[in-house]
Design a protein around this ligand. Structure first.
Ligand code: HEM
Length: 514
């Protein structure tokens, strides 16, 4: 008995020491190392880090009116704003026990995002996130390289041209629905964020699954619910263990995961049979499967390609990575063009000049210079999300030596508003910054990267830009618009940057349907 008790005590003491190390000694040791190098921030607090201060400040300042509508950082993350103002180069914020070091200098951002030796991988995702989505965006090393090589050809510009008709069908459906709405009264209020969520979901469903569009739409709805449940589950920071219990939310998430898996398996198996019989479709799934089969053939074994489970994850990722991001870009563009009527007019003039009232084709869309500049400027001021990497071992970055276990984050909404890079008018909406292209605007520095940078740059950026140009062009052809008195400008950073209370815009009818 005494021996058993001493074993129990021994295990309990070892476990307690391990826990203390993880929640106190390790964070404090990292904090000390960072401070010695001039990387400061709010002090680390047991278990919660700076999350309490972050939430309190957001509550306090989140409802304060902003002087300049595009000066959104003090609103969406006041703690980051204060730290970025005090420490121009770099600072640290504690998300629980994890230190996040902000990197804001273009040279350092380039060093991190261009790194090809694996020094700055993506942080590992937890088992719960895995239920929601994995795929290319979360892998590292050889697995990432293999998947990227297979996925890349599906997004080639030449292939996108074949997907344009699918984009047109979805956009036309949305426009004719709006025409019906405004036909009666001459104008109508529409919540753009809801409309574009549906549009971008439909576009991915059609572009990815072609003739299996209806099944694709069902997958989209299930993934949308999964996203909502996932966010709900992440809120339980007070009870992290709740994630592992058979709660209603957890059970539903597992069920959705199985259902989406079996829907996708059915579609994929059917497609593989067709491809083997020589019947190939140029939608994302068809291209992905073809590229995968090529890889298997070149390597003469199945290890060269992706498994069924891998293909399922990549399809789920198309929705996650491509739908909300593009929907946000379109939503903010409509809000900003409603605020800056002169740009709305200039963009409409260009659209009418390029297309008249005809259907836009691929080359015409590429001739829309003003619309392109507007989209780039909207992504400068309202970027979708920030980028994160981590260190696995003590790693040099510029003149810093970062300990293992640090996350590096590159806050786009702060870097995109750096006066040193962009000038005193940084808070103003000025699409003309991009009149000579994206890289001239930033003098070739990594101070603008809404789609990321380097080897992991967004695989779907051309897809998103084509889809957005088409949607904005069709809207400008058919309607003029203004903000509704019910709209409140309250950008809010959830997983992506969204208008907290919706994006109510009033549409006015313009001419006959195009
Ligand atoms: C306006 C729309 C979009 C924005 C702003 C956007 C933004 C980004 C960013 C910033 C990254 C890099 C993340 C990082 O380095 O940590 C990324 C990666 C990625 N995006 Fe997009 N994206 C958009 C649309 C799309 C679309 C339409 C798709 C696919 C249908 C897509 C698929 C992906 C994938 C698969 C990755 C991971 C690439 C890799 O890790 O190799 N994105 N996106």
């Amino acid at each position: 008995m005494a021996v058993l008790m001493s074993v129990v005590y021994g295990v309990a003491i070892a476990w307690t020491l391990k826990l203390l190390y993880a929640i106190w000694w390790k964070p404090k040791a990292i904090e000390k190392k960072l401070r010695k190098q001039g990387i400061h921030g709010y002090p680390y607090k047991l278990i919660y880090g700076n999350t309490t201060e972050m939430m309190e400040l957001a509550k306090e300042k989140g409802s304060e009116p902003v002087e300049q509508p595009h000066d959104i950082v003090p609103r969406i993350n006041p703690l980051l704003h204060d730290l970025a103002t005090a420490h121009k180069k770099s600072f640290v914020v504690w998300y629980g026990t994890t230190p996040r070091v902000a990197i804001m200098e273009p040279n350092l951002i380039k060093e991190v995002l261009n790194n090809k030796t694996g020094d700055f991988p993506k942080p590992e995702i937890n088992s719960f996130t895995q239920l929601f989505v994995t795929g290319l965006a979360s892998y590292n090393g050889d697995k990432w390289a293999k998947h990227r090589k297979i996925v890349n050809p599906a997004f080639h510009v030449e292939k996108l041209k074949h997907m344009l008709p699918a984009f047109v069908v979805c956009t036309d459906e949305m426009i004719s629905k709006w025409r019906k709405l405004v036909n009666f009264m001459g104008s109508s209020e529409v919540d753009m964020s809801v409309e574009f969520q549906n549009l971008t979901g439909d576009v991915i469903s059609r572009a990815a699954f072609g003739s299996n569009f209806e099944e694709g739409r069902l997958i989209f709805l299930l993934q949308k619910e999964q996203g909502r449940l996932f966010l709900q589950s992440q809120m339980n920071i007070n009870f992290p263990l709740l994630r592992f219990l058979p709660t209603k939310v957890n059970k539903r998430m597992k069920h959705i995961n199985r259902e989406v898996g079996s829907l996708l398996t059915r579609i994929i198996e059917k497609r593989e049979k067709f491809i083997r019989a020589g019947d190939h479709k140029d939608d994302l799934l068809g291209l992905l499967l073809k590229s995968n089969l090529n890889e298997v053939e070149v390597n003469k074994n199945s290890d060269g390609g992706m498994s069924m489970a891998d293909v399922i994850e990549e399809c789920k990722l198309f929705y996650f990575a491509g739908q909300e991001t593009t929907s946000n870009l379109l939503t903010w563009t409509m809000i900003v063009l409603s605020m800056h009527n002169e740009w709305q007019e200039r963009a409409r003039e260009e659209v009418l000049q390029v297309f008249g009232n005809n259907k836009p084709d691929y080359d015409d869309l590429n001739r829309l210079k003003i619309v392109n500049m507007i989209l780039l400027e909207v992504m400068r001021l309202y970027p979708s999300t920030s980028l994160i990497r981590c260190t696995k071992k003590e790693t040099k970055l510029g003149d810093m030596s970062l300990p293992a276990g640090v996350q590096l984050f590159m806050p786009l909404h702060i870097v995109h508003r750096d006066k040193e890079q962009w000038g005193e008018d940084v808070m103003e909406f000025k699409p003309e910054r991009f009149s000579e292209g994206m890289f001239k605007a930033t003098k070739d520095k990594v101070s603008y990267f809404p789609f990321g940078w380097g080897p992991r740059i967004c695989v779907g950026q051309n897809f998103a830009m084509l889809e957005s140009k088409l949607a904005i062009a069709k809207i400008l052809q058919n309607f003029s618009f203004q903000l509704s008195p019910t709209y409140t400008h309250a950008p809010h950073a959830a997983v992506t940057l969204q208008p907290r209370y919706g994006a109510q815009v009033i549409l006015h009818k313009l001419g006959e349907c195009a």
